[in-house]
Design a protein around this ligand. Structure first.
Ligand code: MEV
Length: 303
């Protein structure tokens, strides 16, 4: 019986969240925490899913169904997942779909380009969530720091170098779909104002791409701060996120902001090596958990 093992990385949003849903760009990075899928052929009529850390198997089942719609096969599988992504909002749904579809393509000897893989995975995520820009799937496929165009869905790798960030978890899980819908309501009520905020966020993102290429941390830090302030005007931050951002800056971070939908989950801080321990301490002392992860060049891979 054939067996395939695939590892797909999680992600962290760097700049541009929410605006990317409306067609603007964002900057996202893959992280060095992975979702592993072990796929094995089996006899019988049904698949067997073994997912000790996942309470919700919908993404796996949807990825399987979609793949079979496009590449019909009578083969049945044991699908086992192992996750290092935890509860932090590091993109486990996107990574799961990317790993499952990559594994299915490998075992059924279907050759997919990265663009074809993206299209299939994004379709699977949308079928479950109904909303989402696809940036998480892009990060998991390509690895590195990606400039993702919310309109064309094209990805550009900005760098594969490590970005000196610290990730702080608020201790509260965020529900991305709920917050995205909240912003959509706000957008419908105050279209002009919200469009202006999105355009400002997009400007930060575009400038940040250049700052990352040039390793200009002072500029990048300022752009992160501005992006956080803009997200606050969309009402997606929380007192806990604001506190962790504030104490990280006070402890010497070059910049800090919430990362992702908001409403909880994580904040990120750009920190030079001399200030690292002070920022880590400040986050911990203010009720945050420092997540042990880094930006990573590694995209999805078959082991
Ligand atoms: C969530 O991590 C980022 C959002 O922009 C949603 C998305 O792009 O799919 C809020």
């Amino acid at each position: 019986m054939k067996r395939v093992v695939v590892k797909a990385p999680g992600k962290l949003m760097l700049l541009g969240e929410h605006a990317v849903i409306y067609g603007y760009p964002c900057l996202v990075t893959a992280v060095n925490k992975y979702l592993t899928v072990i796929l094995e052929e089996k006899d019988g009529e049904s698949d067997l899913l073994i997912t000790p850390q996942a309470t919700n198997q919908t993404f796996i089942k949807t990825a399987l169904t979609l793949f079979r719609e496009v590449y019909p096969s009578k083969k049945r599988y044991i699908i086992q997942t192992e996750s290092e992504l935890g509860v932090y909002g590091l993109g486990s749904s996107g990574a799961t779909v990317v790993a499952v579809i990559t594994a299915l393509a490998k075992i059924q000897e279907v050759k997919l380009t990265q663009e074809e893989l993206f299209k299939l995975c994004y379709k699977a995520v949308l079928r479950v969530q109904k909303t989402g820009s696809g940036f998480d799937v892009a990060a998991s496929i390509y690895g590195g720091i990606i400039y993702f165009d919310g309109k064309t869905k094209k990805s550009e790798v900005v760098t594969q170098d490590t970005l000196p960030i610290i990730v702080g978890y608020t201790g509260t899980k965020a529900d991305t779909v709920t917050i995205v819908n909240q912003v959509r309501t706000y957008y419908k009520q105050r279209r002009k104002e919200t469009e202006h905020i999105f355009a400002e966020i997009a400007l930060c993102t575009k400038k940040a791409k250049i700052a990352i290429r040039e390793k200009n941390w002072l500029t990048l830090g300022n752009l992160m701060n501005k992006n956080h302030a803009l997200l606050r005007t969309l009402h997606v931050s929380t007192p806990r996120l604001d506190t962790l951002v504030k104490v990280a800056l006070a402890a010497g971070a070059e910049g800090a902001k919430l990362s992702g939908a908001g409403g909880g989950d994580c904040m990120i801080a750009l920190v030079s090596s001399e200030k690292r321990s002070a920022v880590v301490e400040a986050i911990k002392q203010n009720g945050g958990e420092v997540v042990n992860c880094q930006t990573s060049a590694q995209g999805v891979c078959v082991l």
